[in-house]
Design a protein around this ligand. Structure first.
Ligand code: NAD
Length: 467
């Protein structure tokens, strides 16, 4: 075991005893301090993410800083109420007693975060973990090194190492961390690595939250405004150059409507990014690294080889990992691009003649993280909701369930386990302890031995009336 990591962990184990009794005000003060430091460092954050993959400062504000501030404000506003024990009713045999749910911190939490939203996917879970009274070791992704440096500065200014420590490093460092007996592991990343995390967590029976990826489909109904859909899909797909876990991965729609829909898509891509050339646009970011760039180029070549039609884009500039927003139609279902999460700015459109056919196709694959449906027909919406399973669903828009902190955000099976945001984060990082306090009189005395006829009658009563 890595002795440096173990030393930090041991200090955090000690600290968690003190944090266990922390009150809402103490936790809120920590979140407030963190907010102030992030505010002061916001320019450094923007610059770091620009250096990592050329994401515009405005997009950093919208997609990295706003979610962090929203989560912090939610905790600051509601933590005192969330932390209150919740009284629950008691059944008849427990007359005289009180039953409550107490929220207690798990203790020691590990957060492993990815590179694609390198600030918010580290900091939003952190707010939840410390707001719930835990210590944290946070390991951000090695593929966004500039952001990781700023994160380290922020954490060191806001916390002592025995409460929150940031450890930089790659998969090997993550593996070493996973040897430690954390109480809870919060992982955001790929499904492949999610399986490794769960296996390693089993050694210490650590709880896990897995925020994973997958192919999030879009179903386009027949009677929708294609212009309306194209604007929303072009925004949701090419934001962050498609490197978003809940980005629309592919579209299922009637082949007769594709020409009209694609013409609107092109219009909006140009409107969003082609004020100069798209490559020069300050609002369109880069692919994170060479490996992912080559993987995406291979997807395009393979789909075209298999008969897909290139409608827009398709070219890249390897020197700066720039890949044009790309639209493909008539993509065969066995093309490579349909076998795994795309995680890049390529939008395949798949022929699907009906809602039923779309549902059948989606349910053949793993359960997606998000599912998007564009339809104004109530029965179609009901059919899709009832016959598919996914982490979340948005009807007539994309991505937006992520920003409603009253909704749990998370996947299901291959797209994840557990959820967070707002109160769901507080619940995710807290153990719900059942506390029953007996009163002076307890009817349960009637069930003690010796087992007379009274006990039998009492059992009969419990069977029929106890709920
Ligand atoms: P990744 O799984 O490669 O890495 C995520 C984290 O795990 C990093 O910190 C990395 O260092 C660590 N890691 C990598 N290999 C490891 C190993 N063998 N053992 C232990 N730790 C290891 O993911 P990524 O490429 O950084 O991110 C992209 C993926 O994340 C996509 O699949 C995307 O859909 C998913 N994602 C999901 C969400 C969500 O909220 N559900 C959000 C963003 C990204």
């Amino acid at each position: 075991m890595n002795s440096k990591l173990y030393a930090i962990f041991a200090k955090q184990q000690q600290k968690s005893k003190e944090l266990k009794t922390s009150n809402p005000q103490q936790r809120i003060q920590k979140i407030q301090k963190l907010k102030t430091i992030v505010e002061e460092k916001s320019e450094s954050i923007e610059k770091a993410i620009w250096k990592d993959f050329r994401k515009s400062p405005q997009e950093v504000q919208l997609t990295e800083l706003v979610p962090f501030f929203m989560e912090s404000n939610d905790f600051i506003r509601h933590l005192p109420r969330w932390m209150n024990p919740k009284t629950v009713s008691s059944p008849i045999p427990l007359i005289g007693s009180t039953s409550e749910i107490h929220y207690e911190p798990y203790g020691n939490v590990l957060i492993l975060s990815p590179w694609n939203y390198p600030f918010q996917l580290a900091m939003v879970p952190l707010v939840g973990a410390i707001g719930s009274g835990n210590t944290v070791i946070l390991k951000p992704s090695e593929f966004a090194p500039n952001t990781s440096e700023v994160l380290k500065e922020i954490i060191e200014l806001a916390f002592s190492e025995d409460e929150v420590a940031l450890i930089q490093g790659d998969a090997e460092v993550a593996s070493e961390l996973l040897e430690l007996p954390f109480h809870h592991i919060f992982f955001t990343g790929s499904t492949r690595v999610g399986k490794i995390i769960m296996e390693k967590a089993a050694k210490h029976l650590a709880r896990v939250t897995l925020e994973l990826g997958g192919k999030s489909p879009v179903i386009l109904g027949n009677k929708v405004s294609f212009k309306y859909c194209a604007e929303k899909i072009a925004w949701g797909k090419f934001l962050n150059a498609g490197q978003t876990c809940i980005a629309p991965d592919y579209i299922l729609m009637n082949s007769n409507d594709q020409e009209t829909f694609v013409s609107y898509l092109k219009e909006f891509i140009n409107k969003f990014y082609a004020t100069q050339t798209i490559q020069e646009s300050p609002d369109y970011c880069r692919i994170i690294n060479q490996k992912h760039f080559s993987r995406l180029m291979h997807f395009i070549e393979n789909a075209i080889q298999k008969g897909a039609k290139l409608e827009f884009g398709g070219k890249g500039d390897e020197k700066e990992n720039y890949l044009e927003p790309t639209v493909l139609t008539h993509v065969p279902k066995d093309a490579l691009i349909m076998q795994e999460e795309i995680f890049g700015p390529i939008l395949p459109i798949i022929d699907s003649q009906s809602i039923e056919e779309a549902i059948e196709f989606i349910t053949l694959g793993e359960k997606p993280l998000a599912l998007y449906l564009f339809s104004n027909v109530k029965s179609e919406i009901q059919k899709v909701l009832q016959n598919t399973s996914s982490g979340g669903v948005v009807v007539n828009d994309v991505l937006l369930h992520f920003i409603n902190h009253n909704l749990p955000f998370g996947g299901i099976n291959h797209s994840g386990l557990g959820s967070y945001h707002g109160f769901h984060s507080f619940e995710n990082f807290s153990h719900k302890k059942a506390v029953l306090q007996q009163g002076m009189f307890s009817p349960m005395r009637f069930v003690y031995p010796p087992y007379t006829e009274v006990v039998e009658k009492f059992s009969e009563f419990l069977k029929n009336f106890l709920i």
